[in-house]
Design a protein around this ligand. Sequence first.
Ligand code: PMP
Length: 315
Amino acid sequence: MSIPPHAYFQGKIVPYAEAKISVLTHGFNYGTAVFGGLRAYWNAEKEELYLFRPIDHYRRFLNSAKLLRMELNHTPESLTQVTVDLIRQDNYRQDIYIRPIAYKADEVIGVRLHDLRDELAIVALPFERYLKNDTNAHVTFSAWRRIDDNAIPARGKISGAYINSAFIKTDAVLAGYDEALVLTQEGHVSEGSAMNVFMVKDGTLITPPITENILEGITRRAVIELAQGELGVITQERPIDRTEVYLCDELFLTGSAAQIVAVTRIDHRPVGSGVMGPITAALREAFEKAIRGCLPKYRHWNTPVYLSERIAQRN
Ligand code: PMP
């Protein structure tokens, strides 16, 4: 992964090397930070870079910050503008990933959420595929359980909570799988290490509801809308048992980094016929068009980074 030239740090765009925190920083010691992860996609024909649903991403980011009692003095719109300014600074003309992070910034000992200063940083960097086998992933059920809303709320993208994801991911990868699904304490399917999960059964899409300790994914929401709008396929949000997944027709994972990953084996059993199914394939195709601004119906999902600059140059 290449190092970005600039970052947004302490209220301004600075050379990346200057965006540094101290070892005593509260967020670094106690995980008292929240982050986001969004992408911008290059459309070569239109010579435009489209941020994918930045307002939705920043709304969730600010909600995560609210859970940690942070005051960032920003709106989803102002954070989107900062992001546009940062990307323009480095003039990216390729697919990129954007990582906003807000953290308790004081250099003090003492775990808490109150009486601490909040800081915000944003970096943007080139980014390609997240999962290697995104058309034929082999997934396992993790031996770990998903963090519960009453322990660490999964609906917040809280840095400390990602230790749970790290346990899930590393055990899966070291055991030879591409990724893992994790169950709730009650034993229902929750999600992947950094992805939501959908299965297809008898032509219906089924995904765990937001009360199953999932992160409420923006890609998840986009897939639900694309399935209905483009394929006429309805999504049921309901609890899913482990063995329903073993017997489903199609299975896929969704996330900003992962996009839509087809799962073709689960715990050494073929998913459906053992190859990517038709609904997964059609959704991947529709998603690829939507993110690059090629589906007019979903253009409100795409925020052009360079458009207003081009208009200003023309006038
Ligand atoms: N679940 C978890 C735990 C995640 O970290 C992510 C990635 N942000 C997702 C689901 C997918 O969310 P999104 O589609 O908004 O990226």
